[in-house]
Ligand binder design. Sequence first.
Ligand SMILES: C=CC1=C(C)c2cc3[nH]c(cc4nc(cc5[nH]c(cc1n2)c(C)c5CCC(=O)O)C(CCC(=O)O)=C4C)c(C)c3C=C
Ligand SMILES: [Fe+2]
Length: 436
Amino acid sequence: MSDYDNNAGGGCPFAGLNRRRFLQGLGAAGLGAASLSAVAAANTAGGQGRAVEVTDAPSSAATFQAHDFHGAHQQGITTPRPAVGMIAAFDVLSTDRAGLERLLRILSERIAFLTRGGRVEQRDARFPPTDSGILGPQVAPDALTITVSVGASLFDQRFGLAAAKPRHLQRMVAFPNDALDAARCHGDLSLQFCANTEGTTIHALRDIIKNTPGLLLLRWKQEGTVPVMAPKADGSTESARNYLGFRDGTANPQADDRQLMQKVVWVDGSEGEPAWARNGSYQAVRIIRNFVERWDRTPLQEQEAIFGRRRDSGAPMSGTVEHDEPHYADDPNGEITALDSHIRLANPRTAGSERNLILRRPFNYSNGVEANGQLDMGLLFIAYQADLEAGFISVQQRLDGEPLEEYIKPVGGGYFFTLPGIQQGDFLGSSLLAAS
Ligand SMILES: C=CC1=C(C)c2cc3[nH]c(cc4nc(cc5[nH]c(cc1n2)c(C)c5CCC(=O)O)C(CCC(=O)O)=C4C)c(C)c3C=C
Ligand SMILES: [Fe+2]
């Protein structure tokens, strides 16, 4: 068994466990705080079981939720966005194609295991343990997805891939409002980790780092979170809020609309793209700092004019509820929705502007405190599109100079190409290597 092949047995390792743990989770959720403490007291007094400690890890059915790694597309793009997200960008240390293929094979094996879950191989204690141990000896899938994308720099002279570069893949160039920190930009490869809990994304990152010595070097990472919104009683949903207090994601194209995703997100192999790139996508990542102290001192009416939406409901200025469609045709001078509002610039809803649709998958980040005492918070903006120029780059160019810029500062990120999905037995990037 190799260093990384520790998922012997295959199948779902939780098949037997699932119902019991699921019921435990539901049981805890169904009890009020008073009943929970009564159970804890009874357990302690009667000597049966043990008291529930505040430090006990929560148990819930969501822990056992798994996304199948295999399929036409990679997971983590149209799959629902869970509570935790992270982008980690790497430089590839291999210097030849054999090394690159080895890396891609290891990545594929590790991702297949981590996203399915299973028992960690136990080793002779005279050797370092197989994994970090932070999830214990049984790794639960926890809705983990790991999405692998490659940067333009992978197509330089090192691996002889230049002729196979996706048509729009390029190094990100600063926009006028950017203050890019070189240490948080670009990379040969990006991994997007999404899961229900932070322990799972960190465990997965450390697992991949441990299994790719001499092949990958971490360049930068940014983590983020998002409140997960339960559907309301009538089945409708509300979008989560960003750190500026507004609902973010309202007008995102519907990720479960396959026909729409085929147009907006997935490369279809035409339009001058290399055939291997079919079912891949362009990933645009931006680390955008928010000046929250300044924002919190800005009048609400100004905040709402800047976005073109109501803060509390998320409704467009021309509507009453969040998912009302904005109407601009009868407001040519921007008396209702300012012409330079964020949503009107981002999507003017004019003939042809549907070509610029993108699928956003952002996470809020909070990194700590700047040297000047200001909060270092913002948006880990991630967007997927079939055409990087028509998508992110065109939308960002329209947003250049928008009033929101007084409150935001993009400091990092990069452009990547998300590899097509694979079937069982194959490895990510095999079609790219075969094409060049
Ligand atoms: C270049 C693309 C975009 C960047 C960068 C971006 C940054 C950014 N956005 C918000 C907050 C909101 N954005 C909203 C809508 C929205 N934003 C973009 C694109 C970028 N945003 C698009 C295409 C849209 C949809 C426009 C539409 O179709 O109407 C909204 C409104 C709610 C929603 O639809 O999601 C908010 C709020 C922040 C804070 C930010 C940078 C920090
Ligand atoms: Fe936006």
